[in-house]
Design a protein around this ligand. Sequence first.
Ligand code: SF4
Length: 305
Amino acid sequence: MHELDIALTRCNLCPRQCGVNRTIGELGYCNTNSNPLVASITIHHGEEPVLSGSKGICNVFFAHCNLRCSYCQNHQISCNTKLWDKWIDNYDIIIRKITDILDQGIGMLGFVSPSHQVPQMVKIIEMLNQQGYKPRVVYNTNSYDTPATLRMISDYVDVYLPDLKYFDNHIAAKYSDAQNYYKFAREAIREMIWQKGTTLTIDDAGLAENGVIVRHLILPGHTKDSITLLQELSEISNNITISLMSQYHPTSSSPNEIGRSISKKEYDTVVHAMDSLGFYKGWIQNLDSNGYYLPNFDENKPFKE
Ligand code: SF4
């Protein structure tokens, strides 16, 4: 039995450390048993240019999550309480949907919110490999991962794409029900950099080959936390590739105090801090991105083309 499957019998895959036996249907915080639970498999053109390229990336959106972000842009699929008929829990169907997309000449495969379904993700990759498909794998995570789990997937992942959300514990607890978020996320990102280094390698087609891209979404009213996070990251290295995101858009469940998009002043403040700290690799989203990237998982194609 793979060590990841053993982890499911006393689940300690993520910092929640629920200790439940998911193989017999016991459920922890993420409300997900040991089967795969996939909400959508789709071509996405809106990721960073080195991930989407000209053809797009095949994104596998796992349903449910090990965080509970009150403002989640994917809240239709991530709130852990819903179960939609159209979600897929069958490996063969998942593989067929992925290969239908890879057969269109797309070589990038992104797993979105995989932290609570890491063994399922690995099984999907192994089944693809057995069929002769070797896509480049992107691990698109909220960073609430453990180094131990990340070490078990080092041979399966080419590009880590951690979203580093908060420095302040109170903010993390309030918006994501995640105690000690930064402590765990920092260790997770350190492990990713330990595995991949700080240099993101790019192939001749301009697509990411190997490395780490750290995302950060600026929240309204929280520029101080954004700047502290960037300072912390710069102490690891300012050679890290950063993707600074301004696309925050309030949802129906966003708390009142973050019930708006970020202002130009807030945007300029964080962009200036990023420049001042010496980061020189990555992307800064345009301020007018908010709303454009908001998905609707009711649709077959959740993102606007
Ligand atoms: S993956 Fe799910 S069950 Fe396992 S520790 Fe995390 S939240 Fe708990």
